[in-house]
Design a protein around this ligand. Sequence first.
Ligand code: AMP
Length: 618
Amino acid sequence: MAKIGINIATGSLQQKEMIVGIDLGTTNSLVAIIHPESRKPVVLKEHDGNALVPSVIHFGESGIITIGNEARDNLITEPQNTIFSVKRLMGKSYNDVREYADFFTYKVIDDDTESLVKVQVGDKFYSPIDLSALILKELKTRAEHILKTSVTKAVITVPAYFNDAQRQATRDAGRLAGLDVLRIVNEPTAASLAYGLGLDKEEVKTIAVYDLGGGTFDISVLRISGGIFEVLSTHGDTYLGGDDFDRAIVQHWSASLGITKDELSLHKNLLQELRMIAEKAKKYLSSNNSFTGTVAGQEVELTKRELEQLAQTFIEKTIQCCQHALKDAQLTTAGIDEIIMVGGSTRMPLVKKMVTDFFGKHVHDTLNPDEVVALGAAVQADILAGNNKDFLLLDITPLSLGIETMGGLMDVLIPRNSKIPSRAARQYTTQKDGQGQIRISVYQGERDLVKDNRKLAEFSLKGIPGMPAGFPKVEISFLVNADGILVVKAKELRSGVEQSIEVKPQYGLTDEEVERMLLDSITHAREDMQMRSLTEARTEASQLLYMTRQFIEKNSSFITAAELCDTRHGMFELENLLENGDKDQVQAAIEKLNEISRPFAERLMDQAIAVAMKGKQL
Ligand code: AMP
């Protein structure tokens, strides 16, 4: 069986290319890859062993921009020039964020409330896309430094609840940073992939992903089936996380040290110091029972029990969100097969306990909860790179798939945006008597004429036994399996002759190419439609001419000389119009020729019936 290898998946690439997975987080970002030797996902670390890059940007006096830890050091001293939590602004208008304006210590401008927000630093304005691009560019540079190779392709994760505008903004940021963003992946999907869930195509599972970070909480319920992830529901609180625990500790200590709220807001340095020690205590108490430290020369203490009392109400809030998410997905806890823990705050034993108790099941917590999303993004990147052929590539077909029919027309079998796996079949027939083979040309694209689309493969179904034109039944079936691989099969149903090809990943289309193809189909829609109807009329005309010619050759005894003359004339007119006539002229000539041939065709029919009836009693 002939096999042709062609990539129909947007974004699949030559094997050798390194595609990175990026978790572009609200607080921290990180990059992961599949290790070329171990084939395991790993996060990229600096010399100091640090993988997390704080998603913070500092605009220095002399125009120097720093990102990460260095930038974070300026959060307190230069709040107006130090940008954090950009992710919260992605795809948002000022109206969307007005309620939280106090949260941002830098200037989020509000002159036009309907349009997308901008951030003002000095006399310059930056969109959240510009700012995210700066972070992504830094991640790209660091990755290149660590990997010692250029990095141009990436998979970037976003929260499952991100809308189209937010996803597009993330994509644009990637592009601005010089990255070809092959896929935007939902964070909970990535987390599941990191735990190997969803990699077995036979698997049908319902997964809850509990993500408690520094400032946000998300719960997502996913259904995985046939290698495809579906988000059943999401819930959460965009202002709830580990920072709340820290603030509660600060309040607790302030009360015991007799520091008032006013004093705290006056002495920003003291507040900052308290916050830092509070976070340190919180982390320490995840694996110890009591903490002692000093703040401004005074001793502070905290026990695990005390911390748990402070954190309890916040964690209860997250459990309420889980209840909402289950309700929205029309499930109970019994319907959840796996629970995955994501985000630094899930290290806290009380969080794990309350989540385990609520779902009544053990949670997945063996991977580093800060890294799990990036690791999963790397798994997805590897799949897109075609290195992991057993697993899913696509969840929808980006462009329509079809075959060429008479006159070079595109006949779509699987329309674009079909969920995969997807299957479609249609019957075709031969054009000529005794035709022993038909050629099947497979195309991808939205245009009406195949010449404007992208050819994927071509093969011939041979060995069709001699039959009159129109008699063979050739079924062409398309199957796009969960790997994004298209299998085209052609079978002549009367004889059982069959042939198939596999169109498999090897050389992909970039997002830009897909976009251009879609745009072309819109701008050319009108002319395409006219061309299609003209081509259809021409095809019909050619077939009619062929059949009429056959008919008069075989049945000359049924036709009078006058009829023959008229028919020849009608054929001549139609032939002349075939090349240069417009659709209406061709159609009119078809009608005319049909009119001429109708009387003798009917006569022949009557005769055939008379023969069939002879000797039979009614
Ligand atoms: P993320 O936004 O996912 O990076 O999570 C960061 C949050 O996790 C911060 O609030 C951290 O204080 C918190 N965190 C990190 N490590 C621990 C730990 N060992 N115990 C409790 N919370 C932690």
